[in-house]
Design a binder for this molecule. Structure first.
Ligand code: ZN
Length: 298
């Protein structure tokens, strides 16, 4: 059998084995909706494992840390959940939109960078570093950064300011609202995923410590930039609606109270999920450019 087929079968086998206990925990903790969210999550988790077990670890870290941080509820956050319909149990569409950029960059990595090296060396244990896997990690770092920014932002007492006009204060939970604490939290969120990438580099043993550290810093920064792009899109092009009954701005066409909302601003086609996908793709592309730029110095 071909070495690529060997790799795919082996990764698929271990992917299924490793994901079973995770799915059990996810269902028990009600982190995903049953069954759609769970089916989508399992498919994505196995695909990421096949791309690279390290990328799968990054998704797991994103999922567990962001879920834990989302479950932390303060009285201030309860109000925001009620007003903006932000809920931490993810549905299938959210899971897919959170993972699609990582999967696209990851499959490109397999086809363009990983498989040719595996075939040449006839060795499947070989780890290959590339701008494409760097981008895949960055897109997950973007989601983690965004989640940390939002959650910490909601839980602190600071009043957010609009990213497009920092003089303007906006209510907590508003799309495009940023705080200093939230941005620092975004850096921390991105650095956690970047640390998983750092371990990936250590295991690939192709780089010196300084080179690995530079990549760690770049990935953290790119992930945070991605989180800020998410906020920027939220403040400019994302479709926002107004509930006349509750007199609140919302991201949803049907408000939590059941009332059909009125279109307020932005683009109707630009939903919160589309904002998540596009910010992760953009940060991934920026990460590729950044990676190629620093690669010249190695
Ligand atoms: Zn309402």
């Amino acid at each position: 059998m071909n070495i690529i087929t060997d790799y795919l079968l082996l990764a698929l086998f271990w992917g299924i084995i490793f994901n079973f206990p995770m799915l059990f925990i996810i269902i028990r903790l009600r982190l995903l909706t049953v069954p759609r969210g769970v089916i989508a999550g399992a498919t994505i988790a196995i695909m990421l494992f096949v791309i690279s077990p390290f990328l799968w670890c990054a998704l797991l870290v994103f999922f567990l840390t962001s879920s834990l941080i989302s479950k932390q509820t303060s009285p201030q956050k309860q109000i925001v959940i009620a007003e903006f319909s932000k809920d931490s149990t993810r549905d299938a569409i959210q899971v897919l939109s959170n993972s699609l950029p990582a999967i696209v960059f990851g499959i490109m990595y397999l086809l363009i960078d990983y498989f040719p090296v595996v075939q040449e060396n006839n060795n499947i244990s070989l780890l290959s570093n590339s701008p494409l896997i760097f981008a895949a990690f960055t897109s997950i770092a973007t989601h983690n950064s965004d989640t940390w920014m939002t959650e910490i932002g909601i839980n602190t007492s600071a009043i957010p300011r609009l990213i497009t006009n920092l003089k303007k204060q906006v209510p907590k939970g508003t799309s495009g609202g940023v705080t200093i604490m939230g941005t620092i939290a975004g850096l921390v969120g991105a650095s956690i995923i970047s640390f998983v990438y750092f371990i990936f580099l250590v295991c690939s043993s192709k780089f010196g410590l300084i080179q690995m550290f530079i990549q760690f810093v770049l990935l953290t920064l790119m992930g945070t930039v991605g989180g800020l792009i998410d906020s920027l899109e939220g403040a400019t092009i994302q479709g926002l609606y107004y509930c006349d009954r509750c007199q609140k701005v919302t991201e949803r066409q049907i408000h939590k109270c059941g009332n059909t909302t009125r279109f307020l601003k932005g683009n109707r086609l630009v939903t919160n999920d589309l904002v998540n996908i596009s910010s992760a793709f953009l940060s991934g592309i920026l990460a590729i450019l950044g990676f190629l730029l620093i690669e010249n110095f190695f």
